[in-house]
Design a protein around this ligand. Structure first.
Ligand SMILES: [Zn+2]
Length: 483
């Protein structure tokens, strides 16, 4: 008996955005959980760009990386397989694995940023009202200010004393540490204040952090001083850290949410943490490079940048020449520097601009473009263009490069999804991609989708976090052979 003849027409194959859990290979879920636990540890420990830098440099040294300047000491040259790093300002960092191909063939880069929205202490921050000592702040990056009140805050950073000594500050994340807070109005008295919009409810000047309330003891009193609570705290700062009031000028002090990153949900399928944006991508890019083995064909670079949240300006931001300078140093370290080689190396490079994007949140569907937003745990989110209102400010990756990236991810079984950020006319955002695209290199945005982006506590899906690492690793290891 003859069976039904098989149709030779291929099915149209509807593309569907779906959760990636069923697409994991045998044993991969265990690797995913291990990776996410390590990431959570990092996220809890490295809450500032300096701490992220130090954390990753430590890991790199453990993995056999050497500081570039030291590696080429005494006129030594770098060979294929060399593992080096270069820092700038203890914030920006480039991890490099030198490949077999000459640098002029281009490099594979993954670049994320380690600065996160937060509250910075002003240069003259301490002032007393009644008996309360408050610390005046200037917020960093785009925040919804009302989210930062009535929650425990920790203080991290550095203070350079008059004598040049650098003091590291870390208060609020150890179980016995005190924390800080911005007080909020009680609902019983908000009849008038409650009518304000979310944007007006708490303004920037209202972000004053409560840091003390006890005046100096009578026996230690300084009769001429009116600010007795301030006096107590200044004496305490001097005793504990050697800090005087003028030293706040030469300081970088950041107030961030106190507490560790946690697993989220009864099914533990997500992570709640401060600063997923963009340490989830910065960490995954760095880890992807550190976890690569053997001698790569093309030179691999993980770039951890600062200042992205305030426009990438400044010496440690990507508007600076840090990348150019480091590639120039590399060319000299691998052979001989020539200006034309530098241009060729940069133009022929390929890059994933590793930054987060917004997840479709059913609670805020009115600003979403449901078919074109990333969904939680549907994989690494690839954003062909960012920008706002008519793609303004976007570098917009080419179809050819998008196709190359798609092939790399598909060949490596990376669960990924395409997306853009929200409804067309509503808003948008930018990343470091256009700073890289100006060299002529191919660059596309590619990162993890978040709920509550820029809030003190942001949400990311574990599968998406793991797929960032997997996707970045596959990209770094790709040969991009010229046909
Ligand atoms: Zn951001």
């Amino acid at each position: 008996m003859a069976g039904k003849s098989k149709s030779k027409t291929p099915s149209a194959g509807l593309w569907k955005r779906e959760q990636g859990w069923d697409k994991l290979k045998a044993g991969e879920e265990k690797a995913l959980e291990k990776y996410c636990a390590e990431y959570r540890e990092f996220l809890s420990q490295a809450k500032t760009e300096r701490l992220t830098h130090d954390f990753l440099v430590k890991r790199a040294i453990e993995a056999g990386f050497e500081e570039l300047e030291k590696a080429i000491g005494g006129g030594r040259k770098l060979k294929a397989g060399a593992k080096v790093y270069r820092s700038y300002g203890d914030k920006t960092l480039m991890l490099i694995r030198v490949g077999k191909a000459p640098l002029t063939e281009g490099m594979n880069l993954v670049g994320g940023h380690s600065d996160c929205p937060r509250l910075d202490a002003k240069p003259y921050p301490l002032y007393q009202e009644d008996d309360l000592l408050l610390l005046d702040t200037h917020y960093y990056g785009g925040i919804r200010k009302y989210q930062w009140v009535a929650m425990p805050l920790a203080l991290f950073g550095v203070v350079i004393l008059r004598n040049g000594k650098k003091v590291n500050i870390s208060i609020g994340d150890q179980p016995d540490d005190p924390v800080f807070v911005i007080t909020d109005l009680l609902p019983h008295l908000d009849t008038e204040a409650g009518k304000k919009t979310l944007a007006d409810g708490i303004n920037g000047e209202a972000l004053n952090v409560l840091v003390g309330s006890r005046p100096v003891d009578k026996k230690e009193d300084d009769k001429d001083c009116k600010d007795k609570t301030k006096l107590r705290i200044l004496r305490l700062l001097k005793e504990t850290y050697g800090i005087e009031e003028e030293d706040f000028f030469s300081a970088e002090l950041e107030l961030v949410p106190a507490g560790a990153a946690r697993e989220l949900g009864l099914d533990r399928s997500m992570i709640l943490g401060y600063g997923h944006d963009d340490r989830v991508c910065a960490y995954s890019g760095a880890r992807a490079l550190l976890d690569s083995t053997g001698i790569p064909y093309r030179t691999q670079v993980a770039l951890i940048c600062d200042k992205e949240e305030i426009g990438s300006y400044g010496a440690t931001g990507m508007d600076s020449t840090f990348l150019e300078n480091t590639v120039a140093e590399l060319l000299e370290a691998c052979g001989e520097y020539r200006g034309l080689d530098l241009r060729r190396a940069l133009e022929r490079s390929k890059m994933l601009s590793a930054d987060v994007t917004a997840l479709h949140d059913p609670g805020f569907a009115s600003v979403s473009s449901p078919n074109n937003m990333s969904r939680i745990n549907c994989g690494l989110a690839v954003t062909k263009y960012t920008g706002s209102r008519g793609k303004a400010g976007a570098s917009d990756a080419s179809a050819e490069f998008a196709s190359e990236v798609r092939k790399i991810f598909n060949d490596a079984n990376v669960v990924w999804q395409s997306c853009e950020l929200g409804k067309v006319d509503v808003g948008g955002g930018g990343t470091i991609s256009h700073y890289m695209a100006r060299y002529g290199m191919d660059v596309i945005d590619c990162g993890v989708g978040l709920f509550s982006m820029h809030a003190p506590w942001e949400v990311a899906g574990k599968l998406d976090i793991y797929m960032a690492w997997k996707g970045y690793k596959a990209f770094l290891e790709n040969k991009f052979l010229v046909k």
